[in-house]
Design a protein around this ligand. Structure first.
Ligand SMILES: [Fe+2]
Ligand SMILES: [Fe+2]
Length: 335
């Protein structure tokens, strides 16, 4: 048999949709740069959008945080953050999707989200869950606009090419449950009825009042060396993470508290709910204050520091449950 030149072999393979391993290297983890979005331009954009984007598109009146370091327009490669503003009297039409979503209320009160037939009222600091494939519509019957942070596992779901979305036939779903029913059924129950859908997460509201009380109560105990006083929002039926794809967390740093550095294979997006400080990521610092949002990409060394004499509170979402369920979670402590 006549010896082929390597180039000829390569092109012969290429013509047949084949590729020799001698030509390629599997790309290893590429470190991503962190990024911080300041509150002021975001708020300005939201206020302008509230005047420019009409009521008929209220459910589209959201602004996405886009990292300049990623090939697609998203906040991180797995999770996405947008901010929504809903004016008094508006309804954001009912729909559902198999992206799991959370709302964390940043400003305003008196609005509510209906999820699977139950009204969940929204006040500053509240976290409302709309799990994968649950119907949801948003209403603002208060006097003032309301602003919230939406956290979604959209980029992850899109990367799996499995994203489904459905508009409801009627703009407002019927309310079929008592307000607070989910808390009574799930929040205090020891052995709640479980079914498949509970594993995806449950429609639920974690009130800021309760969360803050818990944070305060824990504050005097020794916090986590890497995360200060940290609470995870757990799925009340499983005791596991908020969703299979996303964990929601909140952490408090006491006046001037500084944490030790660590790194892990999960990515986190933080929103500054109170206070001001800085987070060292790699060799650089992200200086933050109330309203700012920032991303700490996976496997980057990071530590937090409260720069004021007041407490600082960070709300965050991360993809740790994905890494854990795939046996890919790894964490290292710094020196
Ligand atoms: Fe939605
Ligand atoms: Fe961390």
């Amino acid at each position: 048999m006549k010896h082929l030149k390597l180039e000829e072999l390569d092109s012969q393979l290429e013509r047949n949709q084949l590729s020799g391993f001698w030509r390629t290297r599997v790309p290893l983890h590429a470190s991503e740069a962190p990024y911080l979005w300041k509150w002021e331009p975001l708020l300005d954009g939201l206020l302008k959008a509230s005047e420019t984007i009409g009521i008929e598109q209220a459910e589209r009146r959201a602004i996405r945080l886009v990292s300049p370091h990623l090939p697609i327009k998203t906040t991180s490669h797995t999770l996405q953050v947008t901010f929504s503003i809903v004016n008094p009297g508006e309804v954001a039409k009912a729909h559902r999707h198999n992206m799991a979503a959370i709302r964390f209320v940043v400003q305003g009160k008196g609005a509510y989200t209906v999820v699977s037939g139950e009204k969940f009222f929204m006040e500053e600091g509240d976290l409302i869950l709309t799990p994968n494939w649950t119907w949801h519509d948003h209403h603002n019957e208060s006097e003032d606009p309301i602003i919230w942070l939406d956290g979604l596992d959209g980029p992850l779901i899109q990367s799996l090419n499995i994203l489904f979305f459905e508009d409801a036939e009627i703009p407002e779903q019927p309310v079929t449950r008592q307000t607070g029913e989910s808390l009574s059924r799930l929040g205090f129950a020891r052995t709640p009825k479980r079914d498949e859908t509970h594993l995806r997460g449950v429609p639920f509201r974690y009130s800021w009042k309760d969360i803050y009380q818990a944070l305060k109560a824990m504050k005097e105990a020794d916090g986590d060396p890497f995360d200060g006083t940290l609470l995870r929002y757990i799925n009340p039926t499983t005791g596991g993470s908020t969703y299979p794809t996303m964990s929601c967390e909140v952490q408090l740093f006491k006046a001037r508290e500084a944490t030790k550095a660590h790194r892990h294979t999960s990515t986190a997006i933080y929103h500054v709910f109170r206070g001001r400080g800085r987070t060292k990521v790699g060799e650089g610092y992200l200086e933050w204050k109330k309203g700012d949002t920032f991303v700490v990409p996976l496997w980057q060394w990071h530590c937090h520091e409260n720069l004021s004499n007041e407490e600082a509170v960070l709300f965050s979402i991360n993809d740790r449950p994905v890494m854990e369920s795939l046996q890919l979670y790894r964490e290292e402590a710094g020196n």
